[in-house]
Ligand binder design. Structure first.
Ligand code: UT7
Length: 322
């Protein structure tokens, strides 16, 4: 049996830190409200002109170095993003050019906050089928560009950043199971209305902003993530106690805590970065994963459950032995 294994990780955060107190200068909010409802203390915001591809490039270079690879060794590039630099070409193509790779297939995946799970599961299928040997999988976002900075119910939640992994085949360790889901009937609960084809006037007028019915999203997220945990454990034949680390999508510490409880995990086994990063959508899982690999918590051989939930709705999990 061979597995698609993460060979190296990297991440990048823009320099500018925006605290809850900073936001209280812009909209009618407070540190107490934001922190108690979400667990967020601060987030990073991209500099003017700094793009999703800029963040992706830094994270990718770090992941390539950690994996001991050159860009030319990569034969598949997938970028999960909801905030691409351009409508086209894909951010993956822009990233490929930056890294100096030529010829490898490169494409974006759009599954909002579940994007990285979708991208990594897709890469795994390319690798397992023999269509690729070494993949670069990135989650990168500049959510600050699609936030309405006058809307206190959403602008306090999001941040910018990127995370990346290099994946290759291994005889012993790697991705054990992956599960992807979507249900488009929930399209209006969490959306940016306005795009190229539907309501292009919203895009032209600069009004393409995140709209979220937070309470309803919250309830769905908790129930769905419970089911994801059960699904991953049942498919892998593993027991709750076999999972050492939970790397969840970082939207809200209350949602993360509910999933950890379901797994019977203490919060010491859960990688939480939402306090410092906010919700970076498709970047949040690889960012959190890289933080925990680099600070020595997640070690080679550890069993890790990644799970995500986001607009669409989309949701999914990846269970892996790192
Ligand atoms: O990443 C994809 C998945 N996304 C999520 O999982 C997000 C899920 N949702 C959530 O995390 C939570 O629903 C929020 C953190 C977004 C909101 O928390 P909530 O406890 O559901 O609050 P709420 O939306 O029900 O709002 C409660 C009150 C409202 O005031 P009234 O109507 O009770 O007077 C809001 O107007 O809080 C008010 N409010 C605020 N007050 C101060 C909303 N935003 C703010 C704010 N500061 N920033």
């Amino acid at each position: 049996m061979t597995y698609a294994r993460i060979l190296g990780t990297g991440s990048y955060l823009p320099e500018k830190v925006v605290t809850n107190d900073d936001l209280a200068q812009i909209v009618d909010t407070s540190h107490e409200w934001i922190y108690s409802r979400t667990g967020i203390r601060e987030r990073r915001i991209a500099a003017e002109g700094q793009t999703t591809c800029d963040l992706a490039e830094q994270a990718s270079r770090a992941a390539l170095a950690a994996a001991g690879c050159e860009a030319g060794d990569i034969d598949l590039i997938i970028v999960a993003t909801t905030t691409p630099d351009r409508i086209f070409p894909s951010t993956a193509c822009l990233l490929q050019e930056r890294l100096g790779n030529r010829g490898a297939p490169a494409f974006d995946v759009q599954a909002v906050c579940t994007g990285f799970i979708y991208a990594l599961a897709t890469a795994e299928k390319f690798l397992r089928s023999g269509s690729a040997q070494r993949a670069l999988v990135v989650g990168a976002e500049t959510m600050s560009r699609i936030v309405d900075w006058n809307d206190r119910s959403t602008c306090v939640l999001f941040g910018d950043g990127a995370g990346a992994v290099v994946v290759g085949m291994d005889e012993e360790f790697g991705i054990i199971s992956s599960h992807l889901h979507a249900d488009g009937t929930y399209k209006d609960l969490l959306t940016v209305a306005g795009g190229v084809s539907e309501h292009p006037e919203i895009l032209r007028n600069g009004g393409a902003h995140i709209l979220m019915r937070g309470n309803e999203v919250f309830r769905m997220a908790v129930t769905t993530l419970d089911n994801i945990v059960e699904e991953a454990l049942a498919a892998s034949g593993l027991d709750r106690k076999d999972v050492q680390w939970l790397v969840p999508h970082q939207a809200n510490t209350r949602i993360i805590g509910a999933t950890a409880k379901r797994l019977g995990m203490s919060m010491d086994q859960v990688i939480v970065t939402v306090d410092r990063h906010g919700n970076t959508s498709g970047a949040s899982i690889p960012l959190a994963f890289d933080v925990a690999v680099r600070d020595g918590r997640i070690r080679r051989g550890d069993t890790v459950l990644m799970e995500g939930f986001g607009g669409g709705f989309t949701w999914g999990s990846i269970l892996l032995r790192y």
